[in-house]
Design a binder for this molecule. Structure first.
Ligand code: FE2
Length: 203
């Protein structure tokens, strides 16, 4: 396990939101954030095992880190075979980086007057890929584990404390919206900061 990669990512994201946030520059934040997340998910040797356990069905969303000012959060999503989310939005920007397996993201457009949903692009992510979600250009989607015979795992970064954001699921047939607050599956975040063994080893 090499948590240094995740520590570095958290540091870089903290610098990014601290700088770009002054102008609320969402475009710069997601573009640079996507590059940083792409670097993180290039390697698969840093995620604590407890955050990667595949559930028997459905999916889990484990909080890895939340910025003290709730400017961003980092979450490990672990998907059982063929598991899927409801159709949902986020209310904040989001980045999805594929670490293991594969997932599809089916986009929807929503009519402002009738609420009717129309299917848009469907993208498939492979390990190392990063998807950007922006409410300002439409971020309603449904995510599915593309693998029917094994789990998948993706790392998500959001422009807020996503587990505590008031957002919506949608009935795909009627477009009717339902308020939800997702929370997190894990009750304790991983300890990324015990560097004692490397400090001792350095003498
Ligand atoms: Fe989503």
């Amino acid at each position: 396990m090499n948590p240094a990669r995740l520590r570095r990512f958290i540091g870089d994201m903290t610098s990014l939101v601290g700088g770009a946030w002054q102008d609320n520059d969402e475009t710069a934040t997601v573009e640079v954030g996507a590059r940083l997340l792409g670097e993180l998910v290039k390697n698969d040797d840093w995620l604590p095992e407890a955050m990667a356990e595949c559930p028997p069905h459905g999916y889990v969303q484990n909080l890895l880190w939340c910025d003290p000012f709730e400017r961003f959060s980092v979450v490990s999503f672990v998907w059982a075979p063929s598991a899927k989310t409801p159709v949902h939005d986020h209310q904040v920007w989001g980045l999805v980086g594929m670490l293991r397996g594969s997932e599809t993201s089916q986009a929807f457009a929503r009519d402002g007057k009738t609420g009717e949903l129309t299917k848009g692009n469907c993208s498939t992510l492979a390990p190392g890929d990063v998807e950007i979600l922006r409410p300002s250009v439409g971020d309603i989607h449904q995510v599915t584990n593309a693998l029917s015979d094994c789990g998948s795992l993706s790392i998500h970064v959001y422009g807020g404390n996503i587990g505590a954001v008031r957002r919506y699921t949608f009935d795909p047939a009627t477009g009717k919206e339902n308020l939800f607050v997702s929370g997190y599956t894990n009750k304790a975040v991983p300890n990324l900061w015990d560097r004692s063994s490397e400090v001792r080893a350095a003498g």
